[in-house]
Design a protein around this ligand. Structure first.
Ligand code: ADP
Ligand code: MG
Length: 701
């Protein structure tokens, strides 16, 4: 017999002794091809497994769990129910107590058991009606010598398929776990492990499969979670450090004259919160290191003014600024706000979107290249497309949650030279991001948070009702519209669809012919061209139109203070964050606002979303709840973020670990910016392989 080859993580399962061709095939269907794949196929949970002992003692330990047990004794009674759904029931007695053994659909068991037989029953036991019971146990008659386990442990339950069950996977894992772990290298230096009390990597993998107890399992889980969190944090910190050391930005110092000048252009006095954030920005902007800051603030918290401040600072120092929005509608909105601020000034402001004609577009891009244009507002697609600036000093990206790390990198100018000049970048998001997610997704950015709302705002009154209440809702709104208020009505689809959902045109007609007869109604959706959209928005903004029926295009940025009423139809179809964004369109004036969500939720999740939106007006609280409801992958999909998903780390549970990972990564990169020390070598290799591309980590060796 030949000596079996050494098994490591890369060994194909087909080459592992004891793994037959049929198993190889079944495992392949689960995506498992190598020994390492199998070791990384982690149990979804573990069940307690007790070493063999007396029945009475076991019964005392079971509680309301299901526990894997092994019991030895004598059959006291047997009862068999005949028929197609044959059931065999027996009582096993070991002198200390009894256990009920039940086999369902088990005609084959009949006649095999007799009172007085001795043997061992093994299986999952639980208490039922006060008695210990094992359903479908494995029965070995006679007096088998004790096999495993010699002591209590936890039995892994694996994600299985129809072809291959958990127990079979457990057996196969047993064939590769030891050899794979034995050849495993630990990327975390021993000194660091000792400092953070982390178990060695090999032990963590062993214990994830076969822990000696819950504590060992949790320590193993924490170790692997820490690896994931630390690796990502090292990545974002390395990226941040590279951006700082390899690029530079135009320093934009602030003085009292410029400050007064900028404030003089604002239509209002900045709030204390806005002042605080402006000061944070001004600090960054005054330096040669490029600003990389995320500004998060709830809908309506007044982020635009903060961004405008930074842009005007750039212009006052003779440089250019760009504001990037995710939709044309929002770009147009920003353009209007800045236009009003800059009325009568020398500052050249332009709007550049997909709707611009060729001539207009050419003129604007030429102006940006020569310096004739000072500020450009545009959509992402347009400004990413290689627009050249004479001297872009500040770039603002609004509503960042729609873009990931990759897109953020794209807006940065690809300058030339040893340390190319890049703009100071401000990223804004209106979806408050739970801190844990902000750190993971935007860890390379500094964070500013704008709290509260501008003065004079009253909270929006929120109601959640079923669709049978719609006539009442519209009748009530009609009364308030007649008193001078304006209303948004949001529906899920643009055009008539077979889904039975309300669409813009039809619903507008329904309202015009019914509850809102005689009221002037406008419609807006994503398929309108710019002219039609602007015309509709202008009519609504000016108050000529009292009602705006729209799709969720109005979700971001639209700001019409007199519009104080909102109805969202089919609200059960929208995500929680989206509902909150929509509601953010009202409550922008000083009047009393009302938002009514109409929906007939059919799933528990939908009910919970509606309950959450009805119960809170705080974007941070809603974001946390959204994270719990949908999980981080959904909220900020890893596809969207471009980052590899976590296998073990769980952001809603590992917040403490994440904080630790962040602090450690920061210190680590400060000490060893490129992870070039010998003790970091393994870690660096793993980091580049896992996140190098997504984070755009420059060549580090
Ligand atoms: P968001 O943070 O959602 O982008 P905006 O910047 O659109 O919020 O501001 C919301 C509303 O509050 C706008 O109508 C804006 O004009 C107003 N606003 C912002 N700052 C102030 C302030 N300091 N005083 C009064 N109104 C303000
Ligand atoms: Mg905004």
């Amino acid at each position: 017999m030949t000596q079996p080859a050494r098994i490591d993580a890369r060994t194909p399962l087909a080459a592992v002794q004891g793994v037959g061709p049929r198993s190889v095939e079944r495992l392949a269907h689960l995506g498992l091809r190598t020994a390492g794949d199998l070791v990384r196929h982690l149990p979804i949970r573990h069940e307690r497994r007790l070493a063999e002992r007396g029945i009475a003692e076991i019964a005392g330990e079971v509680g309301d769990e299901t526990i894997h047990v092994r019991l030895r004794g004598e059959i006291a009674r047997v009862k068999a129910r005949p028929g197609p759904r044959a059931m065999v029931e027996a009582t096993l007695d070991d002198g200390t107590g009894t256990v009920r053994l039940v086999w369902f659909n088990a005609g084959w068991m009949r006649g095999k058991l007799h009172p007085g037989d001795r043997g061992v029953a093994e299986g999952r036991a639980r208490m039922r009606l006060g008695y210990l019971e094992i359903a479908n146990p494995r029965w070995t008659s006679g007096e088998p010598v004790e096999t495993a386990p010699g002591q209590d442990d936890l039995r892994p339950i694996y994600p299985a398929s129809e072809e291959i069950g958990s127990a079979e996977i457990e057996g196969l894992v047993g064939k590769v776990l030891e050899p794979v772990c034995a050849t495993m290298e630990d990327p975390l230096p021993e000194s660091y492990r000792a400092q953070r009390d982390l178990v060695p990597l090999a032990q963590a993998w062993r214990d994830m499969h076969r822990p000696s107890g819950r504590e060992a399992l949790e320590r193993a889980r924490q170790r692997l979670a820490m690896d994931e969190l630390l690796l990502l944090q090292l990545g974002v910190m390395m990226r941040r450090s590279q951006l700082r050391s390899r690029t530079r930005a135009v320093p934009l110092p602030l003085d009292a004259t410029v400050d007064a000048h900028i404030r003089g252009r604002m239509p209002f006095t900045l709030t204390a919160e806005q002042d605080r954030v402006v000061a944070e920005l001004a600090q960054d902007l005054s330096r040669e290191g490029a600003m990389n800051r995320l500004l998060q603030g709830d809908v309506g918290s007044g982020k635009t003014a903060v961004a405008a401040y930074a842009m005007l600072l750039a212009v006052s120092r003779g440089h250019q600024a760009a504001l990037v929005a995710p939709t044309e509608l929002l770009a147009e909105q920003h353009h209007r706000v800045l236009q009003a601020m800059l009325a009568g000034s020398q500052v050249q402001l332009r709007l550049l979107t997909g709707s611009c004609g060729t001539a207009e577009r050419d003129a604007i891009t030429a102006g940006l290249a020569r310096g004739g244009v000072d500020i450009v507002v545009g959509t992402h697609a347009v400004l990413e497309g290689g627009v050249a600036f004479r001297s872009l000093a500040v770039a603002v990206i609004d509503e960042q949650h729609r873009f990931g790390v990759r897109q953020r990198a794209a807006i940065r100018q690809k300058g030339q030279g040893e340390r190319p000049l890049v703009p100071h970048t401000l990223v804004m998001t209106a979806t408050p991001i739970p801190r844990t997610l902000a750190i993971t997704l935007y860890g390379d950015l500094d964070l500013s948070t704008l709290r509260g709302r501008p003065p004079g705002r009253q909270p929006v009154v929120t109601r959640v009702v079923g669709s049978e209440k719609a006539p009442e809702v519209y009748a009530y709104l009609r009364g308030r519209i007649d008193q001078g208020e304006q209303a948004y009505v949001v529906v899920p689809v643009v055009e008539e669809s077979s889904t039975g959902l309300k669409d813009v045109a039809q619903h507008a007609r329904h309202l015009a012919e019914g509850p809102f007869a005689g009221v002037s109604i406008e419609t807006v959706h994503g398929r309108l061209d710019r002219e039609a959209r602007e015309a509709a928005m202008d009519r609504f903004r000016s108050g000529d139109a009292r009602v705006l029926v729209a799709t969720t295009v109005i979700e971001v940025g639209v700001d019409v203070p007199n519009a104080s009423l909102m109805v969202v139809e089919h609200a059960d179809r929208f995500g929680l964050a989206q509902l909150h964004q929509l509601r953010g369109r009202v409550g922008r004036g000083t009047g009393r606002s009302l938002c009514v969500f109409i929906g007939d939720p059919v799933t528990p999740d939908a009910s919970e979303r509606l309950e959450a939106i009805g119960g809170s007006d705080d974007g941070f609280e809603i974001a946390e709840r959204d994270l719990r409801l949908r999980g981080p992958g959904e909220v900020f999909g890893s596809r969207q973020s471009g980052l590899a998903p976590f296998r073990v780390a769980d952001l809603s549970r590992d917040a403490d670990l994440l904080r630790l990972a962040r602090a450690d990564a920061e210190a680590w990169i400060a000490r060893d910016p490129e992870l070039s020390s010998p003790e970091s070598a393994l870690l660096r290799r793993k980091l580049l392989a896992t996140h190098g591309a997504a984070l755009g980590l420059g060549d580090v060796g």
